[in-house]
Design a protein around this ligand. Sequence first.
Ligand SMILES: NC(=O)c1ccc[n+]([C@@H]2O[C@H](COP(=O)([O-])OP(=O)(O)OC[C@H]3O[C@@H](n4cnc5c(N)ncnc54)[C@H](O)[C@@H]3O)[C@@H](O)[C@H]2O)c1
Ligand SMILES: [Zn+2]
Ligand SMILES: [Zn+2]
Length: 361
Amino acid sequence: MAQQVQGVIAPGKNEPVRVETIIVPDPGPGEAVVKIQACGVCHTDLHYKQGGINDDFPFLLGHEAAGVVDSVGDGVTDVEPGDFVVLNWRAVCGQCRACLRGRPWYCFDTHNAKQKMTLLDGTELSPALGIGAFAEKTLVAAGQCTKVDPEVSPAVAGLLGCGVMAGIGAAINTGQVGRGDSVAVIGCGGVGDAAIAGARLAGAAKIIAVDIDDRKLETAKKMGATHTVNSRSGDPVEAIRALTGGNGADVVIEAVGRPETYKQAFYARDLAGTVVLVGVPTPEMQLELPLLDVFGRGGSLKSSWYGDCLPSRDFPMLIDLHQQGRIDLGAFVTETIGLGDVEQAFARMHDGDVLRSVVIL
Ligand SMILES: NC(=O)c1ccc[n+]([C@@H]2O[C@H](COP(=O)([O-])OP(=O)(O)OC[C@H]3O[C@@H](n4cnc5c(N)ncnc54)[C@H](O)[C@@H]3O)[C@@H](O)[C@H]2O)c1
Ligand SMILES: [Zn+2]
Ligand SMILES: [Zn+2]
């Protein structure tokens, strides 16, 4: 029978979010209902609320979550009720042209639940990134559930569901950071700090953190930054060049999602270096660059969707490394909050007070 649970919805552009009763249908073929235990607040949730992703209001927010499988629909064999899972927003299809070419992390036809969750009056909800996990329970495609070791805390595991995976993956998968590389990361929120932690894991020799907020730079040092640059107090491109023998960094990761910071990343990399855009721009943003510079500086300009991760490969591996003490995923959890505190958490994120607020259910 369909279940009624509490969830956080964004009713309309820039309107405050609120807790509402939502209806979660029984899982259909290939679907699963998951009892959410923890869900982090990501900047992308705020983008949704502000209308920066699309206009499909009302949204059921939250997408960085871990929980326990409650029930599964017909044909689901990979997970069963009781499994501890991290939710992912790119359930690989195995059949599209990217998957068939052996590059499933680019999958062009990722799966979500087919049925809709609704409000009590029948209004259909758009779950953020096909997840919607600021809710006691949510409906997803079974492929969005990745089983991980239940020994790890849900607040920590859930972070792999989005920002932390996106950041680590931007460094190790998309940027292919290697031993001895110099790396600069522009924007040191949850995603940027995860890129810093990923660069350290990959053996980068120099890791330069850039932000406009000194508090963020202090945290970035704890995550592995060897140098910090406050870009309010000077040109970050010059500062990064000065720290890299006048050359620029081998890999520059943009984790803000703005044209001006992208330009900084573009010019702060060494010749033939790599720029990785993991920050998400909004629809009105435009970029202008001299085409001759794009050619003349060589190298590669890449975007990182979800850190080019494969959840089934990367989530359990990172949980393992966390449990061995080789990466501290717990350091990303600044505070734990309740379902009714999401609006406040957005304000704290906006003010730069937190890396991650995590809703505990
Ligand atoms: N590509 C993906 O798959 C993916 C996944 C998750 C999040 N994201 C995106 O990554 C971005 C960062 O997310 P987050 O959760 O870390 O956000 P956040 O708000 O926690 O962090 C953003 C950081 O950027 C800093 N910043 C803002 N303007 C800056 C500037 N001009 N120069 C330098 N630093 C600046 C802020 O001080 C803050 O520390 C967002 O755009 C988010 O939507 C992308
Ligand atoms: Zn595919
Ligand atoms: Zn996210």
